[in-house]
Ligand binder design. Structure first.
Ligand code: FMN
Length: 193
């Protein structure tokens, strides 16, 4: 399986990165190939709603020339798409939101004169997130928003791993969290088979 991990945290040694480590180890142990893309290192401009992308139903076709052409190609090639982001103000981080807006128009040809296809229909997706509040109060809106995004785009949503960060003076990672990250990876392989 080819896994594309879109990483929305700005912190290279932060909590979300630490949670991804055992998850990625399990992917490697299961002979799956993954690529992690740090969105904060990329140029991802906001969607301007020009709708030029709607005139071409064969590809992403966004008029803005930045790193999204390459990223959209990797998204289309992946068997499983994992969005990893800390929760910022009850949602994902800004580069992840910009990416979602670019993809929802660029890959869903729903917004032109005639309704066209979703170019990523059937794509399997999952979320990995870390948050300061309990996940039921911290990550629930992000998960619900992404569920609707998936339904609208005809993606298959497989679930979320959410872990709580109790404060910058505490150690985030522990054996239980690592175990849950590995188990989540195994659950995704089974669901994606
Ligand atoms: C600007 C900002 C906004 C945040 N907003 C929330 C929030 O709305 N809900 C929440 O549960 N945690 C919130 N947090 C806490 C982070 O989600 C949490 O510390 C996370 O583990 C950070 O991950 P990272 O180390 O990968 O950056 C916020 C943190 C920052 C810096």
């Amino acid at each position: 399986m080819k896994v594309c991990i879109l990483m929305g945290s700005p912190r290279k040694n932060g909590n979300t990165a630490a949670l991804l480590e055992p998850f990625c180890d399990e992917l490697t142990a299961g002979d799956h190939i993954y690529e992690r893309i740090w969105l904060c290192d990329r140029k991802i401009a906001p969607c301007t709603a020009c709708r030029v992308c709607q005139r071409d139903w064969s590809e992403f076709a966004c008029r803005i020339r930045d790193d999204m052409q390459e990223i959209a190609g990797k998204v289309l090639e992946a068997d499983l798409l994992v969005l990893a982001s800390p929760i910022y103000s009850w949602y994902c981080t800004p580069p992840m939101k910009a990416l979602l807006d670019r993809l929802v128009y660029g890959l869903n040809k729903y917004y032109g004169e005639k309704k066209g296809p979703s170019l990523w229909a059937g794509k399997k997706t999952a979320l990995i997130t870390t948050c300061g509040y309990r996940p039921e109060k911290g990550a629930d809106l992000w998960e619900e928003g992404f569920r609707r995004y998936c339904k609208h785009s005809q993606l298959e949503y497989l679930g979320m791993l959410a872990e709580r960060h109790l404060g910058y003076d505490t150690v985030f990672m522990d054996g239980d969290k690592a175990g849950r990250a590995r188990a989540f990876a195994r659950r995704l392989f089974r669901a994606a088979e």
